[in-house]
Design a protein around this ligand. Structure first.
Ligand SMILES: NC(=O)c1ccc[n+]([C@@H]2O[C@H](COP(=O)([O-])OP(=O)(O)OC[C@H]3O[C@@H](n4cnc5c(N)ncnc54)[C@H](O)[C@@H]3O)[C@@H](O)[C@H]2O)c1
Length: 421
């Protein structure tokens, strides 16, 4: 069956993108190596929180969205979008093996008229220097026979005010014709498309956005540690600064960075920069501060327990919220997992509650109810503040609370029972 768009990678990026194209009347096929995911999608069921099964099922039923493990589906599609993971290797270097492996599969099926767009976050030069040679090896000419562009996905899972459809899309093609071809595809489904002069500019735009967040979060995280020593409430300071109508943007401190993007993507750029004898010091510094936050959280829990004449060893510590951000179940790089590890190393008896994460098999834990655990734990640590939990009530009932998200609304004066980051 012919398709307007094939999306390689049916994950947090690929599935919402498929929905947006299908709702605009395009026929989409998602190609993924995971047969379980493919079968789930073909039943009209979604495993991505931003796409409801209620929205997906009619699109699947109408034939607007299909999923497959077969790369041959790409032959019948006009455009091929690549939304595959770009992780770091064990020694924290960019690992493009998944993207380049898929590119080789695409190259085998590339035909005149194809448009290929890389959406995965990566360092400047990937599209032109890594992807293009593989695609062009068969003799087709970029810009005439086929088109190639980079267009970063900017989705923020869980966010409802800005979606895949409404968030402006950046496009940078290898040639002007490539840019034009990619724009005309995205303009069929997305509200706003913005062009830049090259794939390198588009690649770096996405990294700047993520580095900007990482650096600003590190700034408030460092301030939170200083405020802790000074006895000043960092949340009060951030909220007060945010009243300035210009020249300030509010970032909240927290137990550390999580998700696929912020702990990983900046290092794609610092790695690439070394090729130019250049050291991206902001990225390294932000990484250092943010990676230290779970250790700081352990220290805070230790001091809080100590104030009640308890040691971490043997204490029951109940974590509330273990995904990396509120209202999603995404565990990737979640600082809560590091905190579980650190607490256990110190001999704590750890349990957790998270309505979005039923189990943590790698840690042998299942989500326990709040009732009972809140009262019986020596310490309740609020690591991620999902909505729908009565944090003020929790603070009233618990023996000791360490609130890393300012969720309790406490001013820290509940007889020393509520400690805040
Ligand atoms: N998740 C986000 O919030 C977000 C936001 C913006 C950009 N990005 C970027 O988008 C890219 C994709 O991220 P994601 O979060 O969608 O990843 P994901 O892990 O949610 O999904 C990736 C999918 O690719 C599949 N896959 C792996 N290898 C494959 C292969 N060789 N062929 C076909 N399918 C394969 C996996 O089974 C999975 O379903 C990354 O570069 C990421 O940095 C992610």
């Amino acid at each position: 069956m012919t398709r307007d768009v094939a999306i390689v990678g049916a994950g947090y990026v690929g599935v919402p993108l498929a929905q947006v194209f299908a709702e605009a009347g395009l026929r989409v096929v998602l190609v993924d190596v995971d047969p379980g995911r493919v079968a789930t999608l073909n039943r009209g069921e979604s495993y991505i929180e931003d796409v409801s099964s209620d929205d997906l099922a009619p699109l699947v039923e109408a034939g607007s969205i299909a999923a497959s493990t077969d790369y041959d589906e790409l032959r019948e599609a006009d455009a091929i979008l690549v939304a595959l993971p770009t992780p770091l290797s064990a020694n924290r270097e960019p690992d493009l093996s998944i993207v380049l492996g898929a590119t080789r599969e695409i190259a085998r099926r590339l035909r005149p008229g194809h448009l290929v767009v890389l959406e995965s976050t990566t360092y400047p030069g990937t599209t032109r220097d890594e992807v293009l040679p593989i695609l062009a090896a068969g003799g087709l000419q970029v810009g005439t026979d086929f088109h190639l562009a980079f267009s970063p996905e900017r989705v923020d899972p869980g966010r409802t005010d800005w979606t895949t459809k409404t968030t402006p899309k950046i496009v940078g093609g290898v040639t002007d014709a490539c840019t034009a071809a990619a724009c005309s595809l995205y303009e069929r489904a997305l509200d706003t498309v913005i062009t830049v002069s090259s794939p390198e500019a588009a690649e770096l735009t996405k990294l700047l956005e993520n580095i900007f967040r990482s650096v600003n979060i590190a700034l408030v995280n460092e301030l939170a540690q200083l405020c802790d020593r000074m006895g000043v409430d960092v949340w009060e300071v951030v909220d007060a600064a945010a009243t300035k109508p210009f020249g300030f943007m509010s970032f909240k401190p927290g137990p550390g960075l999580g998700g696929h993007c912020l702990p990983v993507d900046p290092f794609y750029l610092s790695w690439k920069a070394r090729e130019y004898d250049f050291y991206t010091e902001f990225i390294e510094l932000a990484g250092k501060i943010n990676e230290n936050m779970p250790y700081f959280c352990l220290d805070k829990i230790t001091r809080a327990l100590n104030s009640q004449e308890k040691s971490v060893k043997g204490s029951r510590v109940h974590l509330v919220g273990v995904s990396y951000k509120a209202d999603v179940g995404d565990l990737r790089e979640s600082p809560a997992l590091k905190l579980v590890e650190l607490l256990r190393e110190e001999g704590a008896n750890v349990s957790y509650h998270d309505p979005h994460v039923p189990e943590l098999p790698e840690h042998g834990l299942v989500s326990a109810s709040l009732d009972g655990h809140v009262e019986s734990a020596d310490c309740v640590a609020i690591v991620t503040a999902h909505t729908g939990i009565d944090y003020a009530g929790l603070a009233e009932r618990a023996r000791l609370v360490v609130d890393f998200r300012n969720a309790t609304g406490s001013d820290g004066r509940l007889n020393g029972r509520v400690w805040k980051l």
